[in-house]
Write a protein that binds this ligand. Structure first.
Ligand code: AMP
Length: 393
């Protein structure tokens, strides 16, 4: 068990909390503040326990000076201030006198948000390569380090692994919740255990399939990745997405787990993603110029039978091109089915999480992960460096 924020006396301590404020921002407006909301519990706990709270987060990728303008954390500071109903001191730099003075002048209960940690990537990728000097500098600003950024815990950066290797440390409530839901479920799923996999590429999910197939009872495959499996099973997939290099892998998996891997029996297809026309057909009836873009009604019914019998369900990857309303039905119906089940239902982060939240199902699952890449790596059976570095109790 990892140490948590609750294992420390925070009074009068400068507590650096690495949060995940990597939220989508369009024209200066935050379009989804879920990650900020998910960070509140730990921040509030630190404030209530009389810490001086120093927040660090990244936002997007920084390769040019222009990226810095687009990816400032200033809008996040404003939203955080509204959500906490409290003034937040935003420091528009990642180091220097203004930052140091602000921290030296903090009172207990104050919250300071430092500018995007990846501004340090512009000259030499200091943040992303876990530069030891940068990590030492940031560590020198605080007394205690708390990692609550689940979404970046699969990375080894200066703002997580770097600082944690220097300061006393622990995890926050969000990471604790993510581990309790994801890791505990993978380690000890109540059976029957069903995994739904979708998304575009097989190559992104090979390790997940290899790790999860021995433990899962069923793997329901939809999305673009289903077509490489279908091709491997001898079906004509028309012009659907194909991951040629992995046809053999899919064949091996189908041979090894013939009763576990469940593929679509029908699809919604079209000749082009830009066309206004689509039709539903059996999977064996795809024409050469047609591509499958969502699962069909027969597949939804088939998947429902497996889901109705499951006690644990983990879902990673949309089962159709859900960004286009014409191909969102499969993903939406699965949300609906899962929301009514008496089962533990977990949504991996990324696209599936945004789809579920945007479709109005935010509170309908046992857990929606805040980290797509991180939850995928847990499903692959990997250890996450940002969590591994935290001391055990
Ligand atoms: P991933 O990032 O691998 O989880 O993939 C998510 C993407 O897969 C989304 O942008 C979907 O539009 C896309 N996707 C889902 N189903 C299909 C499909 N049948 N064909 C092509 N792309 C798909």
């Amino acid at each position: 068990m990892k140490k948590t924020i609750k294992d420390y006396n925070l009074e009068n301590k400068k507590v650096i909390i690495r949060v995940d404020f990597n939220v989508p921002i369009k024209d200066g407006i935050i379009t989804d503040d879920n990650r900020i909301k998910e960070s509140l519990k730990t921040i509030k706990y630190a404030v209530e326990n009389k810490a001086k709270v120093i927040l660090l987060s990244h936002l997007g990728r920084i390769k040019t000076e222009e990226d810095k303008i687009k990816n400032t954390l200033k809008p996040v500071a404003n939203r955080l201030s509204e959500l906490l109903d409290k003034d937040i001191k935003f420091i528009p730099n990642t180091r220097g006198e203004e930052l140091e003075n602000a921290i030296n002048n903090m009172d207990v209960g104050d919250v300071v948000l430092i500018e995007n940690t990846r501004f340090e990537d512009l000259d030499g990728k200091l943040e992303s390569s876990n530069d030891s000097k940068l990590a030492s500098y940031w560590a020198s600003l605080g007394d205690l380090y708390i990692n609550d950024a689940f979404g970046t815990s699969h990375r080894s950066h200066a703002s997580n692994v770097g600082i944690a290797s220097i300061l006393p440390n622990g995890i926050g409530f969000l990471i604790e919740k993510e581990l309790n839901n994801l890791l505990d479920t993978i380690n000890k799923p109540e059976k029957p255990f069903t995994v739904i996999l979708g998304g575009s590429k097989v190559s992104d999910k090979i390790n997940v399939i290899e790790n999860i197939a021995p433990i899962a009872d069923y793997i329901l495959i939809g999305g673009g990745m289903a077509f490489t499996f279908l091709k491997a099973s001898g079906v004509n997939i028309g012009s659907s997405l194909l991951d040629k290099e992995n046809i053999n892998f899919c064949k091996q998996m189908l041979d090894k787990y013939p009763d576990k891997i469940i593929l679509p029996i029908d699809v919604i297809c079209s000749t082009s993603l830009d066309s206004n026309e689509c039709r539903e057909c059996f999977i064996t009836d795809l024409k050469n110029n047609e591509m499958g873009l969502d699962i069909g009604n027969g597949t939804i019914k088939l998947f429902k039978q497996y889901l109705n019998n499951s006690k644990t369900i983990i879902w990673n990857g949309p089962v159709g091109v859900f960004e286009n309303k014409m191909y969102a039905k499969g993903t939406e119906e699965l949300c609906q089915i899962l929301s009514t089940l008496d089962a533990k239902t977990i949504i991996g982060g990324g696209d599936t999480a945004s789809a579920a939240i945007n479709l109005g199902y935010k509170n309908s699952f046992t857990h929606i992960s805040t980290g797509g890449g991180a939850s995928l790596e847990l499903l692959e059976g990997k250890k996450l460096p940002g969590i591994e570095i935290i001391n055990d109790k």
